[in-house]
Design a protein around this ligand. Structure first.
Ligand code: SF4
Ligand code: SF4
Length: 192
C-alpha cells in the first residue's frame, strides 16, 4: 500500500459530492470520469426512519496493483518513494487494460484525451505539502489524509471527544487492573 492513508468518517458525510466536484476541477476532467466516488447505500429503515449511508471510494493504491501489472506500456506506475499509483499520460495508449484489471473499477476513461485517468492522491499537491483536493474541500471535514501513524492518533482523539460529549468518563491511561479481573462498566457523569 502507499505510505498514506485516506480516512472517510461516514458518520459525518452528507453526500454533497463536493469531494467529487473538486477532484474533477483539480484534474480538469470533462463529463464522464469520476476519480473518487461517493456511493449511496440504502435507504434502509433505522428506528422507523429511512437512512442512507454514503461511502467514499478512492483508489486503494494497492501493494501489488492489478492495474500496473496489466498495463502493457508501463504507463501505470507505482511511485517508489511513497507507493502512490498513477498514470503517466505520455505512455498511455488507451488500451483500457487497467480498467479491466482493477477489481474496484478505479481507473477511468477520459474521452477528451483517449487515455486512462485515475486517482493519484493529487500527488502534485501532496509533493507541495498540500492535501488531496477532495480532502481539502470536504464540506463537513469527514475526509482525512496523512500517514497511518497520524491517522490512528486523530481517530482516537475524535473517539475520545465523542465519548466525552455524551457524558462518559474517558481516560487514555493504560488500565492498571489485571486482565483477568472483570472490567467495570464506564461511569456516567452526574447531571448538574
Ligand atoms: S486502480 Fe485498482 S488495482 Fe490499481 S492500485 Fe487502484 S485499486 Fe489497486
Ligand atoms: S485523491 Fe485527488 S485525484 Fe484522487 S479522488 Fe481525491 S481528489 Fe481526486
Amino acid at each position: 500500500m502507499s505510505e498514506y492513508y485516506l480516512f472517510h468518517d461516514s458518520s459525518k458525510c452528507i453526500g454533497c459530492l463536493s469531494c467529487e466536484v473538486h477532484c474533477k476541477e483539480n484534474k480538469r476532467l470533462p463529463v464522464g470520469p469520476r476519480l473518487c466516488r461517493v456511493m449511496t447505500v440504502g435507504p434502509k429503515m433505522v428506528g422507523g426512519l429511512p437512512k442512507v449511508d454514503f461511502i467514499f471510494m478512492p483508489c486503494f493504491h494497492c501493494e501489488r496493483p492489478w492495474c500496473v501489472a496489466a498495463c502493457p506500456t508501463g504507463a501505470m506506475q507505482k511511485r517508489a518513494e511513497d507507493g502512490i499509483v498513477f498514470v503517466n499520460e505520455e505512455l498511455c495508449v488507451g488500451c483500457k487494460a487497467c480498467m479491466r484489471a482493477c477489481p474496484w473499477g478505479v481507473p477511468q476513461w477520459n474521452p477528451e484525451t483517449g487515455k486512462a485517468v485515475k486517482c493519484d492522491y493529487c500527488k502534485d499537491r501532496v509533493d507541495k505539502g498540500l492535501e488531496p483536493a477532495c480532502v481539502a474541500k470536504c464540506v463537513t471535514k469527514c475526509l482525512h489524509f496523512g500517514r497511518p501513524e497520524q491517522m490512528v492518533d486523530s481517530r482516537r482523539e475524535r473517539h475520545a471527544k465523542a465519548m466525552a460529549a455524551v457524558g462518559w468518563e474517558v481516560t487514555l491511561r493504560q488500565p492498571t487492573a489485571p486482565a483477568s479481573k472483570p472490567r467495570k462498566p464506564p461511569v456516567r457523569k452526574q447531571a448538574e
